[in-house]
Ligand binder design. Structure first.
Ligand code: NAX
Length: 330
């Protein structure tokens, strides 16, 4: 007996990341090889022609799991019965635009989406925000989604996590699968703190395998923090394939139990863990139970260096929150 299809909404589906994502979701990489999906693709009017081209390609793939594709510019239609909302579309930063203006402009996108998620989504909906500034866009959507538990909202720090693991593996000359317990703390921005100090490589502390503190504190941090900008410099466009891949990884990590002793990076609604102000959408190490539940890993100790880095990224997120305070529902 085939399973009933699950509705997956992708916003900004005609964009770069959307184009990488739709085929992977339709092929079963997001929800598994026996789970039919309905794709609900939200775009703005000028992108609908390109989106229709993408839909033609989806049809041409003859994916056995793709039950239907809905394209729309209407935010309510987009989230009808949606179980997984992948919020990728956002307003890009234009030259001369202040950070505050960018936050406000995006707030006007993510607020209505949050409202529609609450009113139209499936009762078990999960929301993953990729569109930047991802943490604060997620906070806005979460606050507008009245009645949806805050723990269903996630902002993506998984690309940073994957980037950090890859850099550690390269430095250690070990396979990337041997790098575990990596955490991205804070904002998905240049202030993030990629934590190599709790990471392990081949089961040993990363700091014992890589005995080069200056590299860890300098080049490693800078490489991970600046990786997005370096990709833009090289490609003339921002990370798309790796971003879509990270989103697939993130959803799979939330759906399946985290391997014992390990954790995954995702930005969740702070409950005050590690002294982070409650309500900030903050990157933490998280363990999932495979039944839809998860918890922030507690009890990790940070030295003065890490504490200082975490304070910087916390301050940035507080400033972002303050810049869009007027958009947050009471
Ligand atoms: P693109 O500009 O290629 O695509 C964005 C798409 O969103 C466009 O097709 C646009 O028409 C659509 N859009 C704009 N407003 C919309 C609205 N109100 N409703 C629905 N769709 C709307 O950007 P792309 O490279 O795909 O990146 C998408 C977002 O991901 C950007 O904000 C980007 O900064 C962010 N990223 C986040 C990452 C993360 O790790 N969290 C990494 C990659 C990426 O930089």
């Amino acid at each position: 007996m085939p399973k009933p299809p699950v509705h997956v909404t992708i916003t900004g589906a005609a964009g770069q990341i959307g184009y990488q994502l739709v085929f992977r979701v339709a092929s079963g990489q997001l929800l598994g090889p026996d789970q039919p999906v309905v794709l609900r693709l939200l775009e703005i009017e000028p992108a609908m022609k390109a989106l229709n081209g993408t839909v033609m390609e989806l049809v041409d793939c003859a994916f056995p799991l793709l039950a239907d594709v809905v394209t729309t510019t209407d935010v309510n239609t987009a989230f009808d019965d949606c179980s997984w909302a992948l919020l990728v579309g956002a307003f890009p930063r234009k030259q001369g635009m202040e950070r505050k203006d960018l936050l406000q402009t995006n707030g006007k996108i993510f607020g209505p989406q949050g409202k529609a998620i609450a009113e139209r989504g499936h009762k078990e909906i999960r929301v993953c925000v990729v569109g930047n500034p991802a943490n604060t866009n997620c906070l806005i959507a979460r606050s507008a989604a009245k009645g949806v538990p805050p723990e269903r909202f996630f902002a993506m720090t998984r690309l940073d996590d994957n980037r950090a693991k890859a850099q550690l593996a390269l430095k250690a000359g070990m396979p990337v699968k041997d790098v575990t317990n990596l955490a991205i703390w804070g904002n998905h921005s240049a202030t993030q703190f990629p934590d190599a100090w709790h990471a392990k490589i081949g089961g040993k502390p990363a700091t014992e395998v890589i005995e080069d503190e200056a590299w860890l504190k300098g080049e490693f941090l800078a490489t991970v923090q600046q990786r997005g900008a370096k990709v833009i410099e090289a490609r003339g466009a921002s990370s798309a394939g790796s971003a879509a891949n990270a989103l697939i990884d993130m959803v799979n990590s939330l759906r399946h139990p985290t391997p014992a002793g390990d954790w995954v990076s995702v930005a969740t609604c702070s409950r005050g863990e590690y002294g982070i102000p409650e309500g900030l959408q903050f990157g933490f190490p998280v363990q999932a139970d495979g039944k839809g539940g998860w918890k922030v890993v507690e009890g990790l100790k940070h030295d003065a260096f890490a504490q200082e880095k975490i304070a910087v990224t916390t301050k940035e997120l507080e400033e972002e929150r303050d810049a869009i305070k007027s958009l947050l529902g009471s």
